[in-house]
Design a protein around this ligand. Structure first.
Ligand code: PLP
Length: 431
């Protein structure tokens, strides 16, 4: 039964009149799945409540930050205490150092770091630093990986132009992406070839260590460890963009999980617990080049503001001390396996995978190994499934190319209810 969404529909009409596409970030518009967005009024634990009063089990978690659920009472209380003392001073505060120390305790490669206000800024700044440090201009990214919307990273790389920097959006001048080289994910030989063709010119390789913006693409151990070796051989900096995977796939992040130490890393999402934040950091000798310690300029009016830092600090503390990451991983795995089994029982081809509190599923025989695989899955089946799940009160990411997220507040009952709802939907779509 379709849910009543009249208020959401009216609110969307008003929004479209004044906000481009009715939203402040494109994927929220549900355009990829041919629907209209739900306007959310509040959220609590694993649940979202829309303007019409419908409740959903939320597997987006604000696109990753809500790892201990929405509006956790201890986080709300910590933020409220700080808020009453002022929102932002544009001056140093003790808590910034404390959050940095907490991040370094969990991710030892982060010897020094700089807070910014978004994942986009973190990646953009890390690359400026890599270029400043190495004196080289080129960078390598992977097809299907998203690192925010800085010009040089907005490179659309279809298979035929996989190694050319073609701007992925009007407004991005060719000059901005000229030095951006693109390789297929999980393809070490292609990466090596790019490094050899551009000897002593590649400042950095940037990668999502598990690609979550092209469904859920796991790197082979050979690939991810091979990148470290290649970077050492070519004196190219290895940057892990852990904006999504950071404190999401493992308490020590993807780098702890895979046992690979990047030169620089970027984080966002979980480290702000839902407030705007990002951070980049890594090797001390590299980070010491950041202004005012060094010459590479980067600044921000709201960088390290007390609200975001407190929200992130409390979130990380609770995640580390109050909740079990193993339990979160097991529950997420149960969801991924449950969805796959329910599909197959109903004659629907589906594969799935998960790591920590992050999961993905694809309407294909096997999980994608690169972006071309992800694009080859049955996207129509996904769109149908997504819309039907909304009507069952389950809020999944509105795109076949996005990973999903489970929080420590999702109960076994929530997972069971989700699998049950999925089985019901699959039974109507046998192929
Ligand atoms: N890097 C990755 C891996 C991301 O998933 C995102 C956002 O989804 C970003 C960077 C950009 O972060 P933000 O949206 O905070 O600018």
């Amino acid at each position: 039964m379709p849910l009543n969404r009249h208020k959401s529909q009216d609110l969307f009409k008003d929004a479209k009149e004044i906000l481009p596409g009715g939203v402040n970030s494109p994927v929220r518009a549900f355009g990829a799945v041919g629907g209209e967005p739900l306007f959310i009024e509040r959220a609590e634990g694993p649940y979202l409540y829309d303007a019409d009063g419908n409740r959903y089990i939320d597997y987006i978690g604000s696109w990753g930050p809500a790892i201990i659920g929405h509006a956790h009472p201890e986080v709300v209380s910590a933020v409220s205490d700080v808020m009453s003392k002022g929102f932002s001073f544009g001056a140093p505060t003790e808590i910034e150092t404390k959050l940095a120390q907490k991040i370094r305790q969990l991710v030892p490669s982060m010897e020094m770091m700089r807070f910014v206000s978004s994942g986009t800024e973190a990646c953009m700044s890390a690359l400026r630093l890599a270029r400043g440090f190495t004196g080289r201009n080129k960078l390598i990214k992977y097809n299907g990986c998203y690192h925010g919307h800085a010009d040089m990273l907005l490179v659309k790389a279809g298979s035929g132009v996989a190694t050319l920097g073609i701007p992925g959006s009007p407004g991005v001048p060719e000059g901005a992406t000229h030095d951006t080289l693109v390789a297929p994910f999980n393809d070490l030989a292609a990466t090596e070839a790019l490094l050899n063709e551009n000897k002593e010119q590649v400042a950095a390789i940037i990668i999502e260590p598990i690609a979550g913006n092209a469904n859920f693409i796991r790197p082979s151990q050979e690939f991810i460890q091979g990148l470290r070796k290649l970077c050492d051989e070519h004196q190219t900096l290895l940057i892990f963009d852990e904006v999504m995977t950071g404190f999401r796939v493992h308490l020590n992040c993807a780098q702890g999980l895979f046992g690979v130490k990047p030169d620089l890393s970027t984080f966002g999402k979980v480290i702000g617990g839902g407030m705007p934040i990002g951070v980049y950091g890594g090797r001390r000798d590299v980070m010491n080049k950041v202004a005012p310690a060094g010459p590479v300029y980067q600044a921000g009016t709201l960088s390290g503001n007390p609200l975001a830092v407190t929200c992130g600090m409390k979130t990380l503390e609770l995640l580390e001390n109050k909740y079990s990451f193993t339990e979160l991983s097991n529950r997420t795995n149960r969801l991924a396996v449950g969805l796959r089994d329910a599909a197959r029982k109903n004659g629907v081809t589906l594969s799935s995978d998960s790591e920590g509190g992050m999961f993905g599923f694809a309407f294909s025989e096997a999980m994608p190994k690169n972006f071309d695989d992800a694009k080859a899955a049955n996207i129509e089946a996904f769109n149908h499934f997504f819309a039907a799940m909304i009507d069952e009160g389950v809020y999944l990411a509105p795109s076949a190319y996005e990973a999903g997220f489970v929080s420590t507040t999702h109960s076994d009952d929530d997972i069971d209810a989700t699998i049950e709802a999925a089985a019901k939907v699959f039974s109507t779509m046998s192929q």
